[in-house]
Design a protein around this ligand. Structure first.
Ligand code: HEM
Length: 385
């Protein structure tokens, strides 16, 4: 019990050192998951990614509770494969470069001059507007507010991770409030989807999936990008600033990829055994979980692994079991192309139009934000012009 709480505490409050500094494969008891096999060994992770009896969806209990049932992330087997194809096809359509750049410019233009602000917060609103445009073709204030209200319901991570707290005792109880806000956002998205333009993500998804997919795509489609943007901004150095502002696309992409190696916004993946099986020399019982540990995978076996060297992504494509900030195998993130394009556009736009720098002396310490790891305070920065 104490050991499980201690491991849970470390996973929540020291995600990078916990997953990076320990042995490459180890077992740890974790609250709500029992004994978990955690691994930063690319061979074992490759085996886990291919194994037909290790599934993704069932391990995401907190995700099912917060976003509802029936969406891609919590599905398994043939059902998952069909929905995954539909979602991947729909996500090929995303907001145009010029729209992404314009929204980013508008949001960063609203930041105060010479007063600190959180880069992640601004990127969050920009990313929310960008995914709304892609999803349903509009990003008006009412939709933004409903989405922000739903997100504000997650003020305590305990609500997600402690099942007993998830009781609907009316609109004033934390869980009751979350459910009602979710229903309002869901309804607004369904309405917007009914008149979405033909090229939008909603229009490309079968309408019978809207009820399940619109809300998760909205949530995953901007929280992750905003946290990654905050990391990319925190880690900027003069040469990178210059090359990104000059519009060097290949370099900007390599820079973002390298930031995601050093500081992956998703620190761990989860796969659950559906029957008794062996993985390398480890045996797993049904219901037990394997956790590929991204900070460890992105650290061991890389040269100068503590240094930020975007050049490594210009020279070669890394082994996907050694570098997987977007996950692995058939569950790899369907939003990856969109997210990478968006991050390139956002970084270029901000550095070309504004003179914004992280606060002097700021150290980007990793902090857990529900499912994500972001830099402390979302990278506080100052705009000089
Ligand atoms: C920098 C931004 C992003 C990061 C770091 C990220 C990361 C991830 C990771 C690590 C997974 C788990 C994959 C696995 O278990 O192997 C995932 C899954 C997923 N992501 Fe993303 N993601 C990002 C952006 C997006 C965007 C923009 C969307 C949609 C618009 C999206 C939608 C999804 C969905 C639907 C899944 C579930 C896939 C499945 O279970 O089959 N993500 N993402």
């Amino acid at each position: 019990m104490i050991s499980s709480l201690w491991n849970g505490f470390q996973l929540l409050f020291r995600p990078y050192p916990y997953f990076r500094d320990a042995r490459t494969t180890w077992r740890a008891p974790l609250p709500g998951l029992g004994s978990v096999l955690i691994s930063a060994d690319p061979g074992l992770v490759a085996e886990a990614a291919r194994h037909p009896d290790l599934v993704g969806g069932r391990a995401h209990r907190a995700m099912r509770a917060s976003l509802g049932d029936g969406h891609l992330i919590v599905m398994c087997g043939p059902e998952h494969r069909l929905r995954s194809r539909q979602v991947r096809r729909a996500l090929q359509a995303f907001t145009s470069d010029s729209e992404m750049a314009e929204i980013t410019r508008q949001e960063f233009a609203r930041t105060p001059l010479r007063r600190p602000f959180s880069v992640q917060q601004v990127a969050h609103r920009a990313s929310l507007r960008i995914i709304l445009r892609g999803l349903v073709g509009r990003d008006e204030t009412a939709l933004i507010q409903l989405s922000q209200a739903f997100q504000a319901s997650f003020s305590s991570p305990l609500l997600l991770f402690v099942e007993k707290l998830r009781r609907d005792w009316g609109p004033w109880s934390p869980w009751g409030r979350l459910l009602r806000r979710r229903a309002r956002l869901q309804e607004a998205l369904l309405q917007a989807a009914r008149c979405a333009p033909p090229g939008s993500i909603a229009a490309r998804l079968p309408s019978e999936t809207w009820e399940y997919e619109l809300l998760p795509q909205l949530m995953f489609g901007h929280e992750t990008t905003a946290a990654t943007f905050a990391w990319s901004f925190a880690l900027l150095y003069p040469e990178a600033r210059r090359r990104i502002a000059n519009g060097e696309e290949a370099f900007t992409l390599a820079y973002v990829q390298e930031c995601m190696r050093l500081c992956p916004p998703v620190a761990q993946l989860t796969r659950m055994a559906t029957r008794e099986l062996c993985l390398g020399s480890h045996s797993l019982r049904p219901g037990e979980v394997v956790m590929p540990a991204l900070p460890g995978l992105h650290h061991h076996g890389w040269s100068h692994s503590d240094q930020l060297e975007p050049g490594r992504f210009l020279q070669e494509t890394p082994d996907p079991h050694r570098y997987c900030p977007f996950g692995l195998g058939e569950r790899i993130c369907p939003g990856k192309p969109m997210a990478l394009r968006q991050l390139v556009m956002m970084l270029q736009t901000v550095l070309q139009h504004f003179d914004i720098h992280p606060l002097a002396g700021y150290q980007p310490r990793p902090v857990r934000q529900l499912f994500l790891v972001a830099p402390a305070q979302g990278t506080p920065a100052i705009r000089r012009a």
